[in-house]
Design a protein around this ligand. Sequence first.
Ligand code: MLT
Length: 257
Amino acid sequence: MSIAVHAPEQINAVPLVLLHAFPLDSRMWDPVTERMADDVPIVTVDAPGFGGTPAGEPGLDQFALEVVSSVRELGAEQAVVAGLSMGGYVAMAIAETAPGLLAGLGLLSTKASADAEAARATRLEMVTAIERGEHEVAVGMLENLLGETTRASSPGVVEELREQLRAAPLAGLVWAQRSMAERPDRLAALASLPEGLPALVLRGTEDRLMSSEDADAMAAALGVDPLEVAGAGHLVAVERPEAVAAALTDLYRRAVT
Ligand code: MLT
């Protein structure tokens, strides 16, 4: 598999690698990255089936390994890796399989636990619906992805997301749902990272998909206090990009001094 990597031509410092949520692509990070300082080299990648990356066999671990090799091919020994939701699952797969890559770790709107049986079944139902020919299966996710504040007060954000969900690539939806359904619990992997590794755990207070207990468990394993962003739901990077840019900048400065 060869993944689409978006990076500056030259990387002279530890990069910040950003991993996007399901079912979006690396452009999800644009409102955040445009608010970050120029001296932070930012690398984004598209998950299989999204953006410029072709879909492959399901598996978050294989994608995580591709991300690690791509970062090394850019000439970096280490990176600050941050992921939102599915991107967080991939960041945790990196924490388990290639902990030496990490100069810092950011986990946003995500959780370390594996799916319960019912959640796994719901994912596979989406795959079956796609195979039956239903092509707008992701649109129904909108209510769960944006917090009520954004839904009530930012019609432009709501409409843009609705369009992205309508256009969500079917091969990506299938790859991601199959891959997420089989992911393991990663709490022990987080707890075994080196003590004092700079880390960030962040969630929107209106997130319907990831609970404060999910954030607390990851934060406890990493030895940090979770950060809550008021007035944002699951897609906190889209809803409150300025707060996410500030939190990622702080993580980056703590990791790279
Ligand atoms: C995401 O935002 O990436 C998804 O909600 C993750 C998931 O389905 O578990």
